[in-house]
Design a protein around this ligand. Sequence first.
Ligand SMILES: [Zn+2]
Length: 510
Amino acid sequence: MIMMLISCGDNALYQDTYDILIRGGEIIDGTGSRAYKADLLIKENMIVHVGKVDIEKIDAREIIDAAGKVVAPGFIDAHAHGDPLTTPGFENFLAMGVTTITLGQDGSSPMTGNISEWMDEVDHIQPGVNIGIFVGHGTVRRLTGVDYRTEVSTDDLDRMAQLVDIAMEAGCFGLSTGLEYEPGSLAGMDELVAIAKPVGRHGGLVMSHMRSEDDDKIESALEELLTQGLKADCPVQVSHIKITYGKDASRAEDILAQMEAAREKGLRVMADLYPYTASYTGIGIVFPDWVKPPYEYEKVVKTRRDELADYLRNRIALRNGPEATLFGTEPWVGMTLAEVAEQLNKPFEDVLIDDIGLRGASAAYFVMHDDVMERFMIDPYVMICSDGSPTMHHPRGYGSFARIIRKYVNEKNLLTLEEAIHKMTGLTASTIGYDAIDNPRGFIKPDFIADLVIFDPDAVRDTAVYEEPNRLAEGFDYVFVNGIAAIEDGVFTGKRGGVVLKKRSINNNK
Ligand SMILES: [Zn+2]
């Protein structure tokens, strides 16, 4: 099907001058609708025209032949990690077509009560990709001195809510929680509602690494997030949706039905997902709450050592055994817990207790199942994230978006390319608010920002693997960030076009 979209009269079109003409590509516009052939005109950082352009009559500084290629909005990562002040290039994201990342995840954001200053610093350093930021609940707890307290006063709640309000005023897109980590884990429902209310008032959303992702606890964890959203009148998003050691797609159905029931009560509920079956986080994830702050690890180990060893043995068994924990940090990079135990010649639970402890390592955990992950992936409310960073020892930070196209579109036909791109662009933009009218991204339309990718879908490849997780993805011929080519003819230009995105226009509508 060929559609002609003419945004202005022919004469006006040919009287102006343009920076770039992208000719003859298949446009996949981010809405999920079918690809169509059209030319694109870019002027400065904007898409100004989508439709047929007469090359004889047009005055464009650069012409890119996109025949046989797909032209799509730059991909948007709903949940990412990394520090733009130390690794501003973010080539790992650009190489897989990502032009915008969403930071401040899992309850942890830059440790400042004045996020505006951080935003200015990042803008000044000029990151390679655009950055949207969420304010972290754990960070808010620390900044207000609530820290690891379980008892919180109304005054504490007011101060936390006020800090969230300030962050939203500064342009954060919402709040993130990390309830499986301390200090987030110490919060009860009153607190969760109090900190979500200012987010709802500003038209933002709460993204949550829920209290548990385990097969036997995920329903109650999800219920907590849904209740928080309903009570605070604030949309919610499940971060990196998964069911740890859930083996059957019907378990995904259960969780999706629970989310749907909340939608029927009027709550907007979304989720993001990365396309791997190993998670990656600090080793603390396998330890019980009763050895974590506010409790003192050393003391508990002294008094309850046997109980802790039992707990770890059972928990690691549930998580597919010590062979399924692959360390990503020194001195054990690339070794499994089983291998480390063998090298140290002691049981793995003793290695965990004495040689590693609560914070001594991060690891990939092979605890998920393909069927469950794939069922989540095709749900219309699920968008794509990497949950990765330039420095993480897990392939997801380098491969996720390319892997969706290579494996789940090309090889498994689980998604059409249009659906996949919608989940990587427009759906995410409209969920988070990156499509706001003063700064619109995530779709190919006139007057949208020129964050764009040009690629041959058959050439797209994720090359990062667990053994070598920091290998760049391949297959993107052009990646534009705000009209600036970060990748040109498949080669990095070294130009960094990213800016900090700020939530504004939706506030004004409220
Ligand atoms: Zn997380």
